[in-house]
Design a protein around this ligand. Structure first.
Ligand code: GDP
Length: 598
């Protein structure tokens, strides 16, 4: 049983490739999708585009029409299915067995802005899933002096531009080529590439004027034909398999699932298994719904029931008991000769494999779909941030408690991607001080976490800096002996580092001679004094003229444990004179024991 072919479509067993548009915010994803729909509606008299649920199908005949003389080659695919919601959120939701369901991607980059954080994030996701992509260098009409030629293919519009404008465009393209190279890809303007398996094509376009959009469609067709022949084989028979893009309430219908069916067929009445956070649901398809064509404006109903759909297709599924269905998980038909439990086990194990191996010490992550979980785990792994627990769903009290129990203060945190915090989790946060990071952009999530880690490190260093005894070197000023002993009170000059109440003092020969009991300046207790200052110190222990002498240098006696901490992590925070005092002190200590403090 082959997928039903539309009018004017070639007879082949390749299904429609699924295409996602990715890129940084405001670089033109939505405008491009609108343009593709608009252009093809206006020009596509040979066969109208088909509106799916969550996707738009552009049949090959329409692309032929739009591309005109550009169209070359012999294509067996029936067209292209564009996912209507751009961005990596929908890309990662479109997931099947750990791979991506999007067969191809358009990475859109504003030529005037170049690569931005989400451009790189998109590339990382495309790399991880090994998804072939083309780069759309958008907003060429914004290049100064550009003369827009509405809807023209690239070659035609380039002819209309001045030498200078063409040069300007080339420079911008080469900047993108340079950025792509940094990400590990060879690339060039698409019409200068002969082998698309070795190079990424860059297509200059304007999503507003439509220039270059025909070229983009051509390159996508070419990529699909070259890369995807095996992936696109539609199974001749067999149960339908799809991915849930969204779980949606619809008036009059209750909970429905917006599904991209990528293999086989759905029929109303089919028994289906649907993935959830816990046990998969077994139910029956009550109705299959497609968007009502725009021409039928008289109807109140937005959806048109259909008896059957074939891959690839976007369809709304209505069924009982599907409230707990999980976006990003699988929906699969169970055929008569299959065991329902075996299919349910297959779907259950998908979530289990997504719940990665976790470490004893690490952050807690929660995301909205299995796909986004994989994406976030991938990003954290590439940054070598350990994960203690990873799951789909809102942030719960248990997540906060688990994070609070993590011993390493740099990992005691919860990262939530596109999820809510449950009220009792919030109460727990107030009790435990565990930070929660929330964002709808992976990049922002990681950046906020990184900033916090830096702050934490700084604070911990500060705390330790305050806890360690810091180096100091003083000279007893001749003729400033105020008291001989019990305690000895002498005027000193701080030669390096600082002198603080409570430290013990060591002589040049290594003998510890007493404890500082007070530091005074102009008759006031100051507690400590730093390099350059002249102060009076009282020292419990020695007698002036016996254990200590006028003009002598004394050192702050730093405990061995503190020296180890200083040398391991605090040294870079010390000033020149502190370092010098430390060095002199260690020289004395290590003259007797070369391994002291190491
Ligand atoms: P998205 O966030 O990536 O979906 O970006 P949008 O499609 O919403 O576009 C962001 C803004 O850029 C909008 O104001 C668009 O009108 C504008 N824009 C998008 N593409 C083009 C283009 O090719 N040329 C010009 N001049 N503006 C564009």
């Amino acid at each position: 049983r082959k997928a039903k072919k539309g009018k004017g479509q070639p007879e082949s067993d390749l299904r429609t490739p699924i295409v996602c548009v990715m890129g940084h915010v405001d670089h033109g994803k939505t405008t491009l999708l609108d343009k593709i729909r608009g252009t093809t509606i206006a020009d596509g008299e040979a066969g109208a585009i088909t509106q799916h649920i969550g996707a738009t199908e552009i049949p090959l005949a329409v692309i032929t029409e739009v591309c005109g003389p550009l169209f070359r080659g012999d294509f067996q695919i029936p067209g292209l299915l564009f996912i209507d919601t751009p961005g990596h959120h929908s890309f990662t939701s479109l997931r099947s067995r750990g791979g991506s369901l999007a067969d191809l991607a358009v990475l859109i980059v504003d030529v005037n802005e170049g690569f931005q954080p989400q451009t790189i994030e998109s590339i990382n996701i495309l790399k991880r899933y090994r998804t072939p992509f083309v780069v759309a260098a958008n907003k060429i009409d914004r290049i100064s002096g550009w003369l827009p030629v509405e809807g023209a293919p690239l070659a035609a519009t380039l002819k209309a531009q001045s030498e200078r404008v063409r040069g300007d465009l080339d420079n911008r393209i080469y900047e993108l080529v340079g950025e792509l190279y940094k990400q590990g890809f060879n690339s060039d303007r698409y019409d200068r590439i002969s082998d698309f398996t070795k190079n990424i094509g860059v297509v200059p376009i304007s999503s507003i004027s439509g220039e270059g959009v025909a070229d983009l469609l051509m390159v996508l067709l070419g990529l699909a034909q070259k890369f995807l022949k095996e992936n696109l084989k539609v199974r001749a028979s067999g149960p339908g398999v799809g991915t849930i893009l969204e779980v949606k309430e619809e008036r009059g219908l209750g909970t429905t699932l917006d599904v991209i069916l990528y293999d086989g067929e759905f029929r109303s009445g089919d028994t289906i298994v649907v993935g959830t956070l816990k046990e998969p649901i077994v139910t029956k398809i009550r109705a299959l719904l497609k968007p009502r064509p725009l021409s039928e404006i008289r109807s109140e109903e937005r959806f048109l029931p259909v008896k059957h759909v074939a891959a690839a297709s976007g369809v709304k599924v209505s069924a009982p008991k599907i409230e707990s269905a999980l976006a990003g998980s699988t929906i699969r038909v169970v055929s008569e000769d299959e065991d329902v439990d075996a299919v349910a086990q297959e779907i259950r194990s998908e979530l289990e494999t997504a719940r990665i191996d976790t470490e004893n010490v690490g952050v807690i992550i929660k995301t909205d779909t299995i796909g986004s979980l994989e994406a976030l785990v991938g990003e954290l792994e590439s940054k070598e941030i350990p994960i203690h627990a990873a799951d789909v769903g809102p942030i719960t009290r248990r997540d906060v408690i688990r994070a609070a129990a993590i011993q390493d203060p740099l990992y005691s945190a919860v990262l939530g991607f596109n999820v809510k915090i449950l009220p009792d989790a919030l109460t727990e946060v107030q009790k435990s001080d565990v930070p929660i990071f929330l964002s709808e952009v992976i990049y922002n999530l990681l950046e906020n976490y990184d900033d916090w880690v830096e702050d934490q490190k700084m604070r911990m260093e500060q705390e330790r800096l305050q806890a360690v005894i810091r180096p100091g070197m003083i000279r007893i000023i001749p003729d400033y002996v105020f008291r001989q002993s019990k305690p000895a009170v002498v005027g000193v000059q701080v030669v390096g580092g600082q002198i603080t109440n409570g430290v013990t003092l060591m002589r040049e020969d290594g003998a510890v001679i007493g404890t500082v009991k007070g530091v005074q300046a102009s008759g006031e207790n100051v507690g400590s004094a730093s390099v350059g200052k002249e102060v009076a110190v009282s020292i419990d222990g020695p007698t002036v003229g016996r254990q200590i002498h006028e003009g002598e240098i004394l050192y702050v006696n730093i405990p061995e444990k503190h020296v180890k901490i200083i040398e391991a992590e605090l040294k870079q925070r010390f000033s020149e004179d502190e370092l010098e005092a430390l060095e002199k002190f260690l020289e004395i200590k290590r003259a007797k024991d070369p391994f002291w403090g190491r």
